[in-house]
Design a protein around this ligand. Structure first.
Ligand SMILES: Nc1ncnc2c1ncn2[C@@H]1O[C@H](COP(=O)(O)OP(=O)(O)OP(=O)(O)O)[C@@H](O)[C@H]1O
Length: 275
């Protein structure tokens, strides 16, 4: 783990967050000078950070600090909100995601998203998982069945639902519905999974299962997770970014953010003094 400058002794602490870089990890995103406005309201301010491949990156911070906005900007879902304006760059595979040539359907398949409240479609368990592949033109029923089985196995739901794949997904428990939504996301073969408070609507047992699943998924996927739960961030993430009023105050290895934060505002937040 090194910083991107030659002489750490001369490190300007204000710049440290922007320069944190794990030189052993490949980058999946390089976010540079990202600003975002909803109408007149600036929600992201000069965000600079790199997100590592096949690691879990946690985004923490008090309500309204821009966590969800940042997450939804990574696959441009934020643009579904009217009057959004951005500047800066998000480099993903050497391409700026804001480039007009970027195909948004492809971008959002490669960078999938799981939301706070499980949101399965009012369709069968099978059809929920097969939905994305069908949109992408997979028609062969054996191929679809293979994708559905693989995706449900990846989220450890297969054994619980294999005998009732035609039942309505809304009959599943909240925790099962959330695992189904993750399976639905995996079925289109993403590289990155964005999770917006994926366990905040779940009971402790279901939460533990999702946390365990996140630990397994990072072997194959890069995961960015917004969480209000600092213990959760500490348990599941490799790196943590602390946002405040739309700015990244601190970004570092999770153990350092929680045990040796460099900014007093991070220290106050992680020790529960505000937020
Ligand atoms: N659709 C929207 N239209 C206008 N302003 C918005 C919209 N969504 C968010 N904002 C504003 O952008 C800022 C950041 O909001 P955001 O939802 O990203 O914060 P957050 O950190 O995810 O909050 P929370 O933890 O409460 O979910 C806030 O000032 C919020 O009011």
């Amino acid at each position: 783990m090194t910083l991107k400058i030659a002489d750490p002794v001369k490190l300007d602490l204000d710049k440290k967050n922007e320069l944190f870089e794990d030189t052993h990890a490949n980058k999946v995103f390089e976010v540079e000078c990202l600003n975002l406005w909803y109408g007149q309201n600036q929600a992201l301010k000069d965000v600079n950070l790199t997100i590592n491949e096949k690691q879990v990156t946690a985004i923490i911070g008090p309500s309204g600090c821009g966590k969800s906005t940042f997450l939804k900007t990574l696959n441009r879902m934020v643009e579904l909100t009217p009057n959004v304006r951005t500047d800066g760059e998000i480099i993903y595979h050497h391409v700026n995601v804001f480039d007009p040539s970027v195909n948004l359907v492809e971008l959002r398949s490669a960078i999938g998203m799981v939301f706070q409240n499980p949101n399965p479609f009012a369709k069968s368990i099978f059809d929920n998982v097969a939905f994305g592949p069908r949109i992408h033109g997979v028609k062969n029923k054996f191929k679809l069945r293979e994708i559905v089985e693989k995706s449900l196995k990846q989220v450890a739901l297969w054994d619980e639902v294999k005998d009732r794949l035609n039942d309505n997904a809304l009959g599943l428990s909240g925790g099962q519905q959330q695992r189904l939504c993750i399976a639905r996301c995996l079925a289109v073969g993403p590289e990155v999974i964005l999770m917006d408070e994926p366990t905040s609507a779940l009971d402790p047992v279901s939460t533990a299962k999702i946390e365990e699943l996140i630990g397994e998924l990072k072997e194959h996927y890069s995961i960015v997770v917004v969480t209000h739960n600092m213990q959760q961030a500490a348990r599941i993430s490799d790196n943590t970014a602390f946002f405040l009023h739309g700015e990244v105050i601190e970004y570092d290895r999770t153990d350092r953010v929680f045990s040796l934060p460099s900014d007093p505002r991070t220290k106050d937040y992680v020790s529960g003094r505000f937020g």
